[in-house]
Design a protein around this ligand. Structure first.
Ligand code: ATR
Length: 524
């Protein structure tokens, strides 16, 4: 026999649950309630993890005061047993007793694992449900398997929500979870998500596929798993309260991808232009996993980053002229029929910031490097009529690029004699440090220096260029312009450039401040 679905909705209809629930832990009753008090201003849905307390019952008086004082806050009481991934060492009977008392203390929802619930009498569960909505939960800490079978076991027991949390070891695991939610959320009130860094997208897109709500970390410091998203990020960056089945999905795919600035900048642009879309990060450990995921999710547009820009080209149904020439794709569009189209917006990323400052026709431009970024710069600039010179550490790739793009080669020894309108650093030298520079100060004889490296925001090359009297174009402009072009390809709307630049600078500042604080702590 199965339980009647969606009873909770019928019985508690006035209580519309927010999309994001924040788990609150603490080592004693004061700490857990004080943390909850600090959270209620921004979070109206909290889960009290009573199993973190040595004696959960002792917290219930404080929790009762809390729920009476904050009637607008929805609360879940959870007292997960050790065997099922929690910290509670008591019996199933005492777990049931604690949850019943938590319901009496005003928690509108209580969570019990399937493994505990099977040891309870049906009447005990029914009685509990007269006091609070029951979330029957199941956690798989290893993988994402047998979801249908698990649900079948769960719905044999009466509950108001069925919660299945698995672990994603591939991107495809998210597809499995989302298909499961799409298929079953009409019949049952489900909560589904995948844990782990690979599972980030399920936290954002699970609600789109039918999960009643999702769970998030309290703050950056209290993230308990890699890739876990904070409640604040889910709400303000991903606008999770607005995500619905019509929401278009965009993503950045690469390995690594966790620190990509793209979700911040792209979600800001989508919000500003009121596009019903969400942009997530896909940590793709293999290209095969990524392509499988893209075909099934379905994703509308992708930013492709390291290390797949070149490898993905042979898997596309069609490519634009830039992608073909450069041999690398950084932008993908998935058409309605599932076909994949590749674009390369890196050339726009180089050309646009320069066009804002000078005329490129006949401009004398030195490109340092001969890799993917350099190729995009060289072809983009040649197309605009610039006179392009190439210098690379290794001669072979430089010769090849110069030949195919009809550009000229330069020897490093000649740099002191040559002057340029622009020098572009398209090597990785200077990335992540302020010590290295691809050129010495006496080799910088130019009006502009454009450094494609944007982390750190001021590279050694940029400092030297300023000292040599050149104007500097920061790498972040390239990042923003190539992103803006992606936005235009995907949405057909002009990109909100100022907003994108503002957001990206804010995120960089925040990260720098967080790093300084971290370094400060380490020194103490
Ligand atoms: P991207 O796609 O970012 O352009 P890439 O294709 O790996 O990355 O190219 C990296 C570029 O940086 C190359 O031109 C590389 O020079 P080599 O062809 O000699 O490898 C250049 N590069 C990387 N490290 C360098 C270093 N320490 N000094 C000088 N050039 C360097």
């Amino acid at each position: 026999m199965t339980a009647a679905p969606n009873q909770f909705v019928a019985r508690f209809r006035p209580l519309r649950l927010p999309r994001v629930c924040v788990a609150v832990t603490g080592s004693d009753p004061s700490e857990i309630v004080e943390k909850a008090e600090a959270l209620v201003r921004d979070n109206t849905f909290l889960e009290f993890r009573l199993d973190y307390l040595a004696r959960p019952v002792l917290a219930l008086g404080r929790i009762k005061q809390f729920t009476e004082y904050h009637p607008h806050v929805s609360t879940i009481a959870t007292c997960r047993r050790v065997a099922n991934g929690g910290k509670f060492r008591g019996s199933v009977a005492s777990q049931l007793d604690i949850l019943t008392k938590a319901a009496a203390a005003g928690c509108q929802l209580v969570d019990m694992e399937l493994q505990s619930a099977v040891h309870c009498k049906r009447t005990q569960l029914e009685r509990l449900r007269t006091r609070a909505a029951l979330i029957l939960s199941y956690h798989d800490f290893r993988g994402t398997k047998k979801l249908e079978e698990t649900l079948e076991k769960m719905v044999a027991l009466p509950a108001d929500f069925y919660k299945i949390v698995t672990t994603a070891t591939t991107l495809h695991d998210n597809v499995v979870m989302m298909k499961f939610l799409e298929k079953n959320s009409d019949r049952y009130s489900l909560i589904g998500l995948c844990m782990g860094e690979q599972g980030i997208i399920s936290r954002v897109l699970g609600v789109r596929a039918g999960s009643a709500f999702t769970f998030a970390a309290v703050s950056e410091d209290e993230k308990t798993a890699p890739g876990q998203v904070t409640a604040q990020e889910l709400r303000s960056t991903y606008r999770i309260e607005q995500v619905d089945p019509a929401t278009r999905v965009y993503a950045v795919a690469g390995d690594p991808v966790l620190h990509s600035l793209s979700p911040a900048i792209m979600n800001a642009a989508l919000r500003r232009e009121t596009v019903n879309g969400v942009y997530v990060a896909l940590h793709a450990k293999t290209l095969k996993d990524l392509l499988g995921c893209v075909k099934e999710i379905p994703i509308h547009g992708l930013s492709i980053t390291m290390p797949y820009k070149e490898a993905i080209v042979s898997h596309l149904d069609n490519t634009d002229a830039h992608t073909t020439k450069i041999g690398a794709c950084n932008t993908l569009v998935r058409a309605q029929d599932g076909k994949l189209y590749g674009f390369n917006t890196d050339a726009a990323g180089v050309v646009r910031p320069l066009q804002q400052r000078i005329s490129l026709e006949q401009a004398k431009i030195l490109v340092l490097g001969a890799g993917g970024a350099a190729r995009a710069a060289v072809y983009g600039l040649k197309e605009r009529g610039a006179e392009v010179y190439i210098l690379n550490r290794t001669l072979g790739p430089a010769q090849k690029l110069a030949r195919s793009a009809r550009a000229r080669l330069v020897k490093r020894a000649d740099l002191k004699k040559l002057t340029f309108d622009v020098i572009i650093n398209a090597t990785s030298v200077g990335m992540g440090n302020t010590r290295e520079s691809p050129l010495n100060e006496n080799e910088i004889r130019t009006r502009y220096v454009f450094d494609m490296v944007y982390d750190p925001p001021e590279t050694r090359l940029m400092k030297m260029a300023k000292a040599a009297g050149a104007e500097v174009i920061p790498g972040i402009e390239m990042f923003v312009q190539q992103a803006a072009r992606q936005f235009e390809i995907w949405t057909g709307k002009p990109a909100p450039l100022d907003e994108m630049l503002r957001v990206v600078n804010r995120v960089i500042e925040e990260r720098a401040a967080a790093k300084d604080a971290d370094d400060g702590l380490k020194k103490k």
